[in-house]
Design a protein around this ligand. Structure first.
Ligand SMILES: *[C@@H]1O[C@H](CO)[C@@H](O)[C@H](O)[C@H]1NC(C)=O
Ligand SMILES: *[C@@H]1O[C@H](CO)[C@@H](O)[C@H](O)[C@H]1NC(C)=O
Ligand SMILES: *[C@@H]1O[C@H](CO)[C@@H](O)[C@H](O)[C@H]1NC(C)=O
Length: 352
């Protein structure tokens, strides 16, 4: 009986594989025929077919790369997407990107005195939370698209994302860690929520603090090993802003293999964006004492602790760190962003 079932399952599997092959083949043929249309025009939106040129008006934070237009295809397999930072291409660029920091600080200005082609899109780019985007009131009615870590931006560029897949998990061995929890902070402001949570939490559990604030800065190559020597990492964002989850989670905690205790957007956002059961959210506990009790229980129960790493069986993490990769995302979204759009109240959107 079992053998018959196995054969049946195999045959069914083979049948579906064949079906899939046929479907892909016919799609290929269909598209190929369309491309060879003798009249020259194709049955797809023109934006998909032609090159999209993206002009970066100034480099974020003054760090530049050399661009030759081949980056998107060569590095990220994104076709027909030409990046440039040559301002002389302004008249012909499909998209012009302005990173906010330099505009807000007056280090760069919008080319408002030059003619602007009606089809050209201007993109407002910032990966900073609202509180760190000064001077937005002067930028209303100028931009067509937004590019930020927010999911509802026209071009969403998160610091990281989780994706499904089967992986070989690398459980961090919990037994050899000499440190309970760590926190890395460079700018400490006592009135911030994260500072208040830290001050309450440290009354209950030991927390090693690193960073400029208490003059224990960590060199880049020391950061992950130091964090990874602790069971927990306080991945506390400096702002509690919509969708704002920075590399404090994606890199510091996940890559070091420390269990993140998070503070930032609400638990629902983390549940939507981070792998399942991969973090402990401060807001899920009524008091710092309750949170501390939970952490202590996990520290003494290896199995319960490691359950927070089971996601590694089913999910992976992808981080975005290169501005070129982010810019190439514009071309991915370009064909679907067809309707005319203007941010009449950019500041309102940023703070919404
Ligand atoms: C797109 O750009 C590439 C690289 O610059 C160029 O070789 C190609 O001719 C362009 N295609 C079109 C349709 O403009
Ligand atoms: C933990 O430490 C002990 C003693 O230093 C060592 O023998 C063991 O290999 C370590 N285990 C892991 C998983 O690193
Ligand atoms: C882009 O924004 C400009 C400035 O507000 C506007 O004049 C133009 O119509 C917009 N273009 C598109 C395609 O939305």
């Amino acid at each position: 009986m079992a053998a018959v079932t196995t054969i049946g399952t195999r045959a069914l599997g083979l049948f579906f594989l064949l079906l899939l092959l046929l479907a892909s083949l016919s799609t290929l043929l269909y598209n190929g025929l369309l491309d060879r249309d003798p009249s020259g025009h194709r049955d797809r939106p023109p934006a998909v077919q032609r090159n999209v040129s993206v002009l970066l008006w100034h480099w974020p934070f003054g760090r530049s790369y050399r661009l030759d237009g081949s980056e998107c295809l060569r590095m990220y397999a994104i076709d027909r997407c030409l990046l440039t930072d040559r301002r002389s291409s302004l008249p012909s660029a499909d998209v012009v990107v302005f990173h906010h920091q330099e505009l807000g600080a007056g280090r760069s200005a919008l080319p408002l005195d030059l003619p602007r082609p009606p089809s050209q899109r201007w993109v407002w780019l910032s990966l900073e939370p609202p509180a760190h985007n000064a001077g937005l009131d002067k930028l209303s009615g100028l931009f067509n698209w937004t590019m930020s870590y927010r999911r509802d931006a026209d071009i969403p560029v998160p610091y990281g994302e989780s994706f499904r897949g089967a992986f070989r998990p690398s459980f961090p061995p919990a037994e050899n860690r000499s440190c309970f929890a760590s926190w890395v902070v460079s700018k400490y402001f006592p009135e911030q929520t994260r500072s208040r949570v830290y001050q309450s939490l440290r009354k209950h559990v030991p927390i090693e603090v690193y960073g400029k604030w208490n003059r224990r800065p960590l060199a880049d190559q020391k950061l992950l090993p130091t964090i990874g020597n602790c069971l927990f990492y306080l991945a506390f964002e400096n702002s509690e802003a919509k969708d704002y989850i920075s590399e404090k989670l994606w890199r510091n905690a996940f890559q070091a293999g420390a269990l993140p205790v998070v503070l930032g957007p609400g638990p629902a956002t983390y549940r939507a964006l981070a792998p399942p059961r991969s973090f402990i959210h401060v807001a899920d506990f009524p008091t710092a004492g309750d949170l501390a009790a939970h952490l202590k229980r996990l520290a003494s129960d290896k199995q319960a602790y490691e359950e927070y790493f089971h996601w590694q069986h089913t999910h992976g993490i992808k981080r975005y760190t290169d501005w070129r990769e982010r810019l190439c995302q514009i071309c991915v979204k370009y064909p679907s962003l067809t309707t005319p759009k203007v941010y009449q109240d950019l500041e309102g959107w940023v703070n919404s």
